[in-house]
Design a protein around this ligand. Structure first.
Ligand code: HEM
Ligand SMILES: [Cu+2]
Length: 564
């Protein structure tokens, strides 16, 4: 079954075969495995989310053998690490296979090695969590210390990511060698950006875990520099969430225009957005530490500047999307100021879900700007507002885009079709998820402004009046969480159905074309070596001075603590 692609001619033949017969069966198996893990993580994580929501609403007391922080750790990791990463990898590997004429045999091997490294790492992480030996939450900030096994698991997860990134780079550079002078297909261009960022992000957490936390948790060194650890974590954590966002953005630019029967936005500007997001992403990490002590004001100011700079490509994206929607709607005969909106395929889950996802990014992005502002951050820092914010950004913008993708990607890799009934189920799922998230995230924002802290199990603070004022909102969080779990169950049912039981048939991998009249994109955009060097310079600018300062003028280190 191995398809060796030695020469240019064979590549084109294979390309054609790929377009006619869909994805190579072995490439499909890779993506299916990643997607299955992703959606099982959604099921487990969503269930734990409901437990948290009901606990905080005051209607569910957790049994003594189950700790709120244990659940919170698992929920965060399952959803921000497992669901997001596995979906991203499954989706982009299918995209690379489809647009580059199949994965190379050695890349397939790398994808499987990466898969099992990640799974092995995940098992190592889960065991101490189940034993209540690692209730450190997904940020695992020192001086809280988990069982060392937890950190070894993280190392394997990172190694798995590197293996997958290497696989993607091998396939991309092979294609470039055999297609000299051509532009990388747009989805492979996005994939390159995502894997560059994944390596950049995980490099920080690898240093933190390998060189600081593991020796400390094993007792080889007595104390840890908490500030350095937090800084390395957020250089990673901040970038990670932006990677999930960039994955969603790739579908908005490339896939959604095709689904609505239109053309995609200007190719040159699209590539510029990708490059801008890659270069400027890692340097926003300190906006998570905006009220941490020991970081000088000019440095914080620089990170805030870089964080807000990311708003620029995001606004370009918002403009690009609505331009595509309006042009497509008008071509289909939509008239007047808003008449074109009626021409969009609202009944198609592959459009509806990512559309709501994009709309959610408006309040989500605005909240992000609030949080990046020093004075406003003081009001919302570590309150439920923050939890509301990332359920809008990740729980709606990113995850709903992933859901929308799943309704064509799963049939595509399973050689099945999306039936009208399944589409209807998807629309219902989308509506229930939207209702749940809007209720939950809005209540979280408000109760956060009223002072309710995040990461705190149910308490009345001795019947304190301020805490009692939170009660109605907490109840709404519980109600939103219930809607969400219903939506999770429907979504996971849809995945299994589309993967194993839906009618056989060919499904298209939807990739939109550019406008015929568009001028060609300058080849400059393909200079990935240059973009990576600029990225490294910007990262050095943001991190070398503050990290040196934290190490040279180190505060007293801390021994490990088990606070739960
Ligand atoms: C069924 C759907 C979901 C429900 C009911 C839910 C509910 C909750 C609740 C109640 C909290 C706890 C807040 C606290 O005590 O601080 C929480 C935390 C969190 N959720 Fe969700 N959530 C859901 C889906 C998601 C999704 C899809 C993501 C991301 C992809 C996500 C990411 C997180 C993260 C990262 C935390 C924070 C953990 C921490 O602070 O350590 N959640 N969620
Ligand atoms: Cu951030």
């Amino acid at each position: 079954m191995e398809t060796v692609i030695p020469s240019k001619e064979k590549v084109t033949v294979f390309n054609k075969a790929n377009q006619v017969f869909g994805i190579h069966i072995e490439d499909a198996r890779i993506t299916k495995s990643y997607l299955l893990v992703a959606f099982i993580a959604l099921l487990l994580g969503g269930f734990l989310g409901l437990l948290q929501g009901l606990n905080r609403a005051g209607v569910l007391e957790l049994p003594v053998w189950l700790n709120y922080y244990q659940i919170l750790t698992a929920h965060g990791l399952l959803l921000v690490v497992v669901l997001s990463a596995f979906f991203t990898i499954g989706y982009f590997y299918a995209g690379l296979s489809h647009t580059l004429g199949g994965l190379l045999p050695k890349v397939r091997k790398m994808a499987w090695i990466g898969f099992w490294m990640k799974m092995f790492g995940f098992v190592l992480v889960v065991i101490p969590i189940l034993m209540n030996e690692a209730s450190v939450m997904y940020t695992f900030y020192p001086p809280m210390a988990a069982h060392p096994m937890f950190y070894f698991g993280l190392v394997f997860i990172v190694l798995g990511v590197w293996m997958l990134a290497a696989g993607a780079f091998v396939n991309v550079s092979h294609w470039r060698k055999t297609h000299k002078g051509q532009h990388l297909p747009i989805l492979a261009f996005f994939a390159t950006g995502v894997f560059v960022l994944l390596v950049g992000a995980t490099a920080f957490v690898a240093v933190e875990v390998l060189f600081m936390i593991i020796p400390w948790s094993l007792g080889w060194v007595d104390t840890i520099n908490v500030m350095v650890a937090r800084t390395l974590f957020w250089a990673f954590g901040h970038t990670a969430v932006n990677i999930w966002y960039l994955t969603a953005v790739s579908a908005w630019y490339v896939i959604v225009p095709k689904i609505i029967g239109g053309t995609r936005f200007n190719d040159y500007l699209t590539r510029v957005v990708v490059i801008a997001l890659v270069i400027m992403n890692i340097t926003g990490g300190f906006h998570h530490q905006i009220i941490d002590p020991g970081i000088s004001l000019p440095i914080k100011f620089m990170h805030v500047f870089m964080s807000l700079a990311i708003g620029f490509p995001s606004l370009m994206t918002a403009y690009a999307m609505f331009r595509v929607f309006e042009m497509t709607g008008r071509r289909k005969g939509g008239k007047g100021v808003l008449g074109w909106l009626k021409k969009l395929p609202w009944g198609d889950v592959r459009f509806l879900s990512p559309f709501i996802a994009m709309a959610a990014f408006a309040p989500a992005g605005a909240g992000g700007i609030v949080q990046s502002t020093n004075q406003l951050n003081q009001v919302v820092h570590n309150t439920m507002w923050i939890v509301g914010h990332f359920h809008l950004t990740l729980g709606m913008t990113v995850v709903m885009t992933f859901f929308g993708i799943s309704y064509w990607l799963v049939p595509f890799v399973s050689k099945r079709v999306l039936t009208p009934q399944m589409n209807r189920i998807g629309v219902v799922q989308t509506i229930i998820w939207t209702i749940g998230m809007v209720i939950m995230a809005t209540s979280m924002h408000i109760v956060g402004l009223l002072g309710s802290p995040r990461r705190t199990s149910y308490t009345t603070y001795g019947e304190h009046a301020a805490a009692q004022a939170w009660d109605p909102y907490m109840m709404m969080i519980g109600i939103g969480a219930t809607f969400l779990l219903i939506a999770v169950i429907i979504q996971v049912y849809a995945i299994f159905n589309m993967m194993f039981f839906a009618p056989k048939g060919e499904t298209e991998f939807p990739i939109a074309e550019v406008e015929a009249a568009e001028s060609p994109t300058p080849y400059l955009t393909e200079r990935w070596g240059v973009w990576v060097i600029i990225m490294l310079i910007v990262v050095a600018m943001a991190y070398v001075l503050p990290l040196t300062d934290m190490i040279v003028n180190a505060p007293p280190g801390s021994p490990p603590f088990k606070t739960w």
